[in-house]
Design a protein around this ligand. Structure first.
Ligand code: TXA
Ligand code: MG
Length: 356
């Protein structure tokens, strides 16, 4: 971690129309980016904390503001598919097929990098992660700034990713120049990160684009156990982010996995047990279930995981705000978006997993 304390600044929150962002707001934010400052903005996945990806000092400030370990590289955002050729020295045919199919969208590709990418941005690796977001605000911001934008999720390192401008303010007010407030983000979990420098390509983080969709286009990819949120990531430098605790609420969190009926009775049992110890209990539930004695937040229908993904981080943060001591989460099926949801829940629970 860097020794310097992050510098304090006044954070300006600017409301923008997420569909047609106002010209003045974009220009003002672009000016900040060009002068090495930090701007948080919505994307289709979560809010990002952006800086000029080609300016090492600006990128260092991102690490300071987030309290992010310097060995965890950032995703570089581009405003059109061609942008990838500036940053990547090699774009294999599978990557080109994926770009044609899924950009703009929640797919990040890890590629060999060019000399243009500063060492801090890619944390000293010889690769760079690139994505083109599907959201007018970052697309116009990148165009107006005239530079690719490095942007991790706009939360303090280790805490749940932000899906509203309020979340960003809570974590980063006083540390960044501007928050562009474009309302709640649509997908709610971060992009899928796919390493296409290896054969077969390997999922480094499941996310907003289901692995099944990727496989429909390029055939089988590898999904290691640790990318599902199980076990420990190897200390290989290819997936540095995976070794850190992520998405953690202040409250203790327990994840219950298994068949729906078994999960339900296990959660009931745990709620009763924690309540009897005088603890305040919150439950992240699906399908409108209620648990007596606990504050239950409904994530949505288990048959439409888009809803669950969208409300996941929001609900974890909401239970924390309500001051619960323990959060019990119902697991979902690991299909489609379920893979990303389970990865986030497993990590947020720090390995406290109960099999029902
Ligand atoms: O949806 C998203 O991806 C959001 C929005 C803002 O675009 N961004 C985001 O960034 O989630 P961040 O920094 O929170 O997560 C980036 C992930 C980390 O796990 C990091 O380790 C990995 O991507 N990553 C970045 N560059 C990499 C590289 N060169 N090789 C391997 N993994 C990399
Ligand atoms: Mg993050």
């Amino acid at each position: 971690m860097r020794a310097e304390r992050p510098r304090r600044v006044a954070t300006k929150r600017i409301r923008v129309n997420p569909r047609e962002p106002e010209r003045e707001a974009i220009e003002e934010a672009a000016k900040v980016i060009r002068s090495g400052g930090l701007v948080a903005f919505p994307t289709e996945t979560v809010y990002g904390l952006g800086a000029d990806a080609l300016n090492p000092d600006a990128v260092s400030r991102v690490f300071e503001a987030k309290g992010r370990p310097p060995d965890n590289p950032l995703i570089v955002h581009v405003a059109d598919p061609e942008g990838v050729y500036l940053l990547a020295s090699e774009v294999p045919p599978v990557a080109e097929r994926l770009i044609r199919e899924f950009w703009p969208g929640p797919l990040t590709l890890v590629l060999r990098r060019t000399e243009l990418v500063p060492t801090v941005t890619s944390a000293g690796l010889d690769t760079v992660a690139v994505r083109m977001p599907d959201h007018p605000v970052p697309l116009e911001l990148i165009r107006a700034a005239g530079t690719p934008i490095a942007a991790p999720s706009a939360n303090r390192s280790g805490s749940p990713s932000p899906t509203t401008a309020d979340h960003v303010m809570r974590d980063l007010e006083g540390l960044i120049e501007i928050v562009l407030d474009g309302g709640t983000t649509e997908i709610g979990v971060e992009s899928t990160v796919l390493d296409v420098t290896v054969e077969p390509p390997e999922v480094l983080r499941p996310g907003g684009l289901p692995v099944e969709e990727v496989e429909r286009v390029i055939g089988r990819v590898k999904v290691p156990e640790w990318a599902r949120g199980l076990g420990h990531a190897p200390s290989r430098p290819r997936s540095p982010g995976m070794k850190y605790r992520h998405y953690a609420p202040r409250a203790k969190m327990v994840l219950v996995e298994g068949r729906p009926e078994a999960v339900r009775s296990k959660v009931e049992e745990l709620v009763e047990e924690y309540c009897s110890r005088g603890l305040r209990v919150g439950v992240l539930a699906t399908d409108g279930k209620r648990y007596e004695g606990a504050i239950t937040l409904d994530l949505g229908s288990s048959s439409d995981l888009r809803e669950v993904a969208r409300s996941l981080f929001y609900s974890i943060r909401a239970l924390d705000e309500m001051g619960v001591d323990v959060i019990i989460a119902e697991g979902v099926e690991e299909r489609g978006l379920g893979l990303a949801i389970m990865n986030r829940l497993r990590k947020a629970s720090g390995g406290e997993i109960v099999r029902a």
